[in-house]
Design a protein around this ligand. Structure first.
Ligand code: GAL
Length: 634
């Protein structure tokens, strides 16, 4: 498949007489796709049931007529002001009980069934009008679920929905009381309508109560998305897409992905580094204008799996953004590097956000491919270069990955409810494991927790999985490579309580966690032979072989030839060593990659990306800062 580029465009922001020249310039730049419409509700339906489609008809005609393929967004992330008059209780409520106001975006509550009906209605109208339009080659549903912390709402609608959801799941309050252990602190209920949302309690709410609310809230996102997907499918054969985000774990992306054709995501590497990632000041300084060298790859690999093999970048950072604490400009070359990195990880399409910088409103300081005065911004040339390069290297394919990482959203909710240590967080742990695999130069697949077949992989990591699924347990029982399980994997029941016998319940390996410690970052536990565990340490017992001990003599890694349990959270160098040792045993070739250099094999080529802010040597080839190099695989 030929890789393609695109751009996000807001015709409603610009005079109509600019559209044709914008479209022509997009085509001349080598862009194939243009995404429109996702915030345009107030211009589609300025008052209830009064429609003004003419501008959108015309925009699609102009853009499509110029040869661009249009991705049409449903505008449900930005309900217009009249919608609030119609449904005053549709606004989401924060954990402090305060309704969130109109005046920005995403001001809706996923549980509000009246608003869900409005979304079904506008999606149906758009489907009827544009579903068969030959210029509409893909649809985007809504925009960035959970952006601005919008998955959880503590509203009346959510409370009622939660109570119904609980009644269906548990059938009786006796069953719920038992499952949650509500005898503790006299928290027992005798009717479902007594059960409130888990906010504003005196001290922490019961963990299974929190986990149930997180499961319920995620189900609302899935249902909200499905309502629009179902209605659009009746009118279009074009693929349905959502644009997910970076480091968002509040809803189950695996489940949303089941109802869509392609998983896309919005990649803002420099914003993420400043706003959303841990790292020492020295690390953040070194990657200030490039972003974290593994953050983009992690999400490409994750969303490739969420999209069942089909992944796009729907929004690619082109220059400074407006929303991070600090917003530096990318190093020259990064807008090209990020696109090639996405392609090498299987992206079919990369769309830059946005075409022209808006001179007004909230994002006026956010760069585009053009400046507000329509002069080219620095990323325009880089986009053109990528477009030219695609022509010469059209098909890169994807190569199999020897390594896999299991990633589970429910576990993220469980550990949010019960962190036990101030810095225990699911994404952070999984990402640390992922980065170590990448530093070893391995291609990585990310797998859902229900994966039933691991036979394609040599090395599998499953850190922090609250409870192993039955299919995964069976897959592990016959696994012939090395699986590194833990820390904190399979140590809880489905209801976030402690199982008896104690977990983990690993096939063929007698290991259990007898005591758990969390530690401040500076109090790491030293391992025999070097290395440390930080943040977290589990005391293990059982008859399985001890592979590594702490300097105090406690088991640190225990298990069988194929299945090993890590008792703690390795620091980066220790993760590297554990992976190098496992790969050594497996005869799996790893690399000693210089800082900032990352590789990715495709079916035909090895790609090398230099995230460093200085030139770096790769087997005699000097790769400039922000440079991309590719060579045929022999
Ligand atoms: C994304 C969003 C876009 C725009 C962009 C700015 O989160 O989907 O609409 O706000 O960020 O970086």
């Amino acid at each position: 498949m030929k890789r393609t580029l695109g751009v996000c465009y807001y015709p409603e922001h610009w005079p109509q007489d600019k559209w044709a020249s914008d479209a022509a310039q997009m085509v001349a730049t080598g862009l194939t796709w243009v995404r429109i419409g996702e915030f345009g509700w107030s211009r589609m339906e300025p008052s209830p049931e009064t429609f003004t489609w003419d501008w959108l008809d015309h925009a699609i005609e102009v853009l499509g007529g110029a040869g661009l393929k249009v991705i049409l967004g449903t505008p449900t992330a930005t309900p217009p002001r009249w919608m609030i008059d119609k449904h005053p209780d549709m606004l989401a409520v924060d954990a402090e009980g305060r309704p969130r106001k109109f005046g920005s975006r995403r001001h809706y509550d996923f549980s509000h069934l009246g608003y869900r009906d409005e979304c079904r209605r506008i999606a149906r109208l758009m489907g009827e009008r544009y579903g068969a339009n030959p210029h509409i080659a893909a649809w985007q549903i809504d925009n960035e679920y959970d952006c601005h912390d919008t998955t959880l709402s503590y509203s009346d609608a959510a409370r009622r929905g939660f109570q119904d959801w609980l009644a269906q799941k548990y059938q009786s309050t006796d069953a719920l009381n038992r499952a949650w252990g509500n005898v503790f602190w006299s928290m027992e209920y005798d009717s479902f309508d007594q059960i409130d949302l888990p906010n504003l309690t005196v001290t922490e709410p019961n963990h299974p109560h929190q986990l149930a609310f997180r499961r319920y809230s995620s189900d609302q996102v899935v249902a909200f998305n499905k309502v629009q997907a179902d209605v659009l499918r009746r009118h279009t054969k074009a693929p349905l897409i959502h644009n997910y985000m970076g480091r968002i774990t509040t809803f189950d992306h695996w489940k949303v992905g089941q109802d869509l054709d392609i998983a896309s995501w919005d990649s803002y590497p420099i914003g993420f580094l400043s706003d959303r990632l841990e790292g020492s000041p020295a690390f953040k300084h070194a990657f200030l204008r490039q972003g974290h060298p593994d953050m983009q790859a992690f999400h490409h690999d994750l969303y490739r799996a969420v999209g069942k093999g089909r992944m796009w970048v729907m929004e690619q950072q082109p220059g400074p953004v407006n929303w991070a604490p600090y917003n530096p400009a990318p190093l020259p070359g990064m807008a090209r590097l990020w696109a090639w990195e996405a392609f090498a990880h299987g992206a079919e399409t990369v769309c830059y956000f946005r075409w022209r910088q808006a001179p007004f409103a909230q994002e006026q300081m956010h760069a585009g491919l053009l400046r507000p005065d329509s002069a080219p911004a620095p990323a325009l040339d880089e986009a053109r270069q990528v477009a030219d390069e695609i022509e010469t290297l059209a098909e890169v394919g994807t190569a199999p990955s020897p390594a896999a990482l299991v990633f589970d959203y429910e576990s993220a909710w469980a550990w949010d409810a019960q962190p036990q240590g101030a810095d225990f967080e699911m994404f952070r742990l999984a990402f640390a494991a992922y980065c170590a695999l990448r530093r070893a130069g391995l291609n990585v697949d990310i797998l859902p927790p229900e994966t039933a077949d691991l036979s394609a992989y040599r090395l599998v990591m499953a850190p922090g999985i609250m409870k192993l699924s039955d299919p995964m347990r069976e897959a592990l029982a016959s696994f012939k490579g090395i699986a590194l399980i833990g820390p904190r994997t399979d140590t809880k029941t489905d209801e976030l309580s402690i199982p008896t016998p104690l977990g983990p319940n690993l096939p063929g390996a007698d290991i259990s966690v007898s005591l758990t410690e969390s530690m401040p970052p500076d109090d790491a536990i030293a391992l025999e032979g070097g290395g440390t565990f930080a943040h977290w340490f589990e005391h293990l017992e059982g008859s399985a072989e001890v592979h590594v001990r702490t300097t105090a003599g406690h088991p640190a890694i225990m298990g069988t030839a194929h299945l090993r349990y890590l008792a703690g959270w390795p620091d980066d160098a220790t993760f590297d060593q554990i992976i190098a040792d496992a790969c050594g045993e497996l005869d799996l070739k790893t690399q000693q990659l210089p800082d900032g250099l990352r590789i990715r094999d495709t079916a035909t080529h090895r790609f090398v990306f230099n995230y460093a802010n200085h030139p770096t040597d790769w087997h005699g080839t000097t790769i400039p800062a922000a440079g991309v190099h590719w060579e045929p695989l022999s």
